[in-house]
Design a protein around this ligand. Structure first.
Ligand SMILES: Cc1cc2nc3c(=O)[nH]c(=O)nc-3n(C[C@H](O)[C@H](O)[C@H](O)COP(=O)(O)OP(=O)(O)OC[C@H]3O[C@@H](n4cnc5c(N)ncnc54)[C@H](O)[C@@H]3O)c2cc1C
Length: 337
């Protein structure tokens, strides 16, 4: 499975199939469920850490394609994309067609169908802001149904799908975009600064996409087969959300982002760096990206166990120094931290 993950890690699958047809995908999953064969759905493999022992079950690569566009009133469009569509191709199309709302999510690897799983987000946007509904095969009821945005129970890097990973296969996602050539109000300081704009300002969609791609490349967050700093699963840890007391015990200069519920989000990258794990920390085989302390990278000949050892060392070091326990963002398959 190393061939289908961006970390280039993971042992063999019992069975590996590539599904370009939705009905055939549902049939395969149904058959596996009848015989209690474990199922792993894979899009772009960019948020997966698979054990060196591999996966003793059915691995289905979701490659269904198709995008349908309908008008929604004078200033909106409804866009339904099949799960196997490439996410960044959809963002590029949105920007060129003046569909507003996902421009800051440029450059995120993977498939459209995986974006609701962890409510993909970056630079002040998240997919939950534009997803109208998700069509999914429910393995419990053996039916295809449509979940509304509220039913998906989206929160920061989380959803119903992530919490109950064995239940749904996402088949397609419908987005509602407003139409215009200016972005959503810029909500992220670093992006605003690179655009020379104020927080809350709207700027042309193309400029936002270019600025985001530049920022991401500088951090090794755009896939590039030649650059080992991008042989990762993106951010390895989520940003901790702390209650007021825990946040107060952090050093004065730690980042603090107040949340609507009164809690405080801090920066996992800052904690890692200030616990003594600088960019590039690690061994010849696995190290923190030399461009971003939050990405754990395979330098070419790593094993999953070596990557997890580094993750444990970083997690434990941060906990010892700051009393905050980091939680992994990617999905671990057959492995534990
Ligand atoms: C360089 C890099 C940068 C990244 N930057 C970001 C970022 O800025 N923001 C962010 O949020 N994430 C980021 N990520 C993480 C990742 O790209 C996203 O989570 C992405 O949505 C994963 O898509 P995928 O198709 O690769 O999913 P996969 O890795 O194939 O799968 C991830 C999970 O979703 C499940 N899944 C996949 N498809 C389906 C489906 N159709 N139905 C049901 N379950 C499914 C899988 O079983 C697995 O549990 C980054 C990753 C990398 C490598």
């Amino acid at each position: 499975l190393a061939q289908v993950t961006t970390l280039r890690l993971g042992g063999p699958a019992r069975t590996l199939v590539e599904e370009t047809d939705e009905e055939s995908l549902i049939e395969r999953i149904g058959l596996a469920d009848e015989t209690d064969e474990p199922v792993l759905l894979v899009g772009g493999g960019s948020n997966l850490v698979i054990a060196d022992d591999g996966f003793d079950g059915l691995v289905a690569l979701i490659r269904t394609r198709g995008i349908d566009v309908r008008e929604d009133g004078p200033d909106g469009v409804l866009v339904t994309a099949q799960a196997g569509e490439n996410w960044d191709d959809l963002v590029a199309r949105a920007v060129s067609e003046d569909w507003v709302g996902i421009e800051a999510l440029s450059g995120i690897p993977g498939s459209v169908g995986a974006t609701p799983i962890q409510n993909v987000g970056a630079y002040g946007q998240q997919v939950a802001d534009t997803i109208l509904s998700v069509r999914a095969y429910d393995r419990r009821t053996r039916r295809v149904g449509e979940l509304t945005n509220a039913q998906c129970e989206f929160s920061y890097r989380d959803s119903l799908f992530k919490r109950d990973p064995r239940r749904y296969a996402v088949l397609s996602v419908t987005f509602r975009f407003s139409v215009g050539d200016l972005s959503m109000p810029i909500g992220y300081r670093e992006l605003a600064a690179s655009l020379g704009a104020a927080i809350g300002e709207r700027t042309p969609l193309q400029r936002v996409r270019r600025a985001v791609l530049d920022l991401r490349r500088g951090k090794g967050m755009v896939l590039d087969a030649e650059d080992h700093d991008t042989w990762s699963a993106g951010s390895f840890f989520t940003n901790p959300i702390l209650d007021a007391d825990a946040a107060a015990s952090l050093p004065d200069d730690a980042p603090r982002f107040p949340q609507p519920d009164g809690r405080i989000k801090t920066s996992a990258a800052w904690l890692i760096d200030h616990a003594g794990f600088a960019k590039g920390y690690g061994t010849e085989r696995v190290r923190l990206s030399t461009k971003h302390a939050l990405a754990l990278t395979n330098r070419g000949s790593a094993t999953t166990e070596q990557l997890l050892d580094l993750a444990r060392e970083v997690r434990d070091g941060v906990e010892k120094r700051f009393g905050v326990r980091l939680v992994n963002e990617p999905v671990l398959v057959g492995a534990e931290l």
